[in-house]
Design a protein. Structure first.
Length: 260
């Protein structure tokens, strides 16, 4: 696992956007797995900037969703499908045909989950999966004690996650209890994982993810099992890392050609 400590969220967004651009230059139709929440927004803004300035052509990119609420009506502005179409697909000038996501409105949720895992595999697998992290260490919507081998499935949100996400709804009562999320096993199949965490509120979860044991109690710690996982953190989110100086030295000495 590589840990990169950046000054702030903007710097993190720019670094990751450059990495995505490099991928798209190598592979025009790369499948990019995207996360929702506030943290990745600087990535999408920086990537849109690179596309608009002509630094990269993203017209062949394909976008895959990480997770989804169950039961929100079709087109609800806070469904993750709507969020990804609004924050990623439209700004990059892509069409809905380039987008893959699980169906949170399906009557048969289990079948929708299986169909999504199949669709990801048939699309050739995710090349680069972006991740945020919940204050309780969740990735996607894999809450603590999710199986590290899990596939895309329905999960129940913790009270804490519903409280954290209530800011996107009128009240906590409007935050669905149930979600579909790529499983941890599914996420680990992506060729490269990049987790971005910013702000002091994520410092404890980041420390446990990077320096704690691999444990279902901290789902993001499963990144330790991946051969190409990058954790990008700002100074505040890095504040509880014991090895912060080592991570800084390692990154400073990294050859330029290597990228993330
Ligand atoms: N399902 C999403 C996660 O993918 C995201 O990482 C998390 C943190 O969001 P934020 O970046 O807003 O803190 O929120 C939600 O739970």
């Amino acid at each position: 696992m590589e840990v990169v400590i950046v000054q702030d969220a903007t710097a993190g967004g720019e670094l990751i956007a450059e990495t995505i651009a490099a991928l798209l230059r190598r592979k025009r139709d790369a499948l990019l797995g995207v996360a929702t929440g506030s943290t990745p927004l600087p990535i999408y803004q920086a990537l849109t900037g690179l596309v608009k300035s002509g630094a990269v052509d993203a017209s062949g990119a394909r976008i895959a969703q990480l997770d989804e609420y169950v039961g929100l009506p079709q087109g609800h502005p806070e469904s993750y499908r709507s969020v990804v179409l609004r924050e990623v697909v439209a700004p990059l000038g892509l069409s809905e045909e380039s987008f893959l996501g699980p169906d949170g409105t399906a009557e048969d949720v289990a079948a929708a989950c299986e169909a999504y895992d199949r669709a990801l595999a048939e699309a050739g697998g995710v090349d680069l999966q972006l991740l945020g992290i919940g204050t309780d260490g969740h990735i996607g919507f894999n809450e603590p004690c999710s199986s590290l081998a899990s596939r895309t499935r329905i999960k129940t949100l913790t009270r804490q996650t519903r409280e954290d996400n209530a800011r996107f709804f009128d009240s906590i009562d409007d935050v669905p209890h149930h979600v579909i999320t790529q499983g941890i096993g599914t996420i680990l199949e992506a060729r490269h994982l990049i987790l971005l965490a910013t702000g002091e509120g994520k410092a404890e979860a980041v420390a446990q993810t990077v320096e704690g044991p691999v444990a279902a109690l901290v789902p993001a710690s499963a990144l330790q099992l991946h051969p190409h996982a990058t954790v990008v953190v700002d100074e505040a989110a890095a504040s509880k890392l014991k090895l912060a100086d080592y991570f800084r030295d390692t990154y400073a000495a990294k050859p330029d050609w290597q990228g993330l």
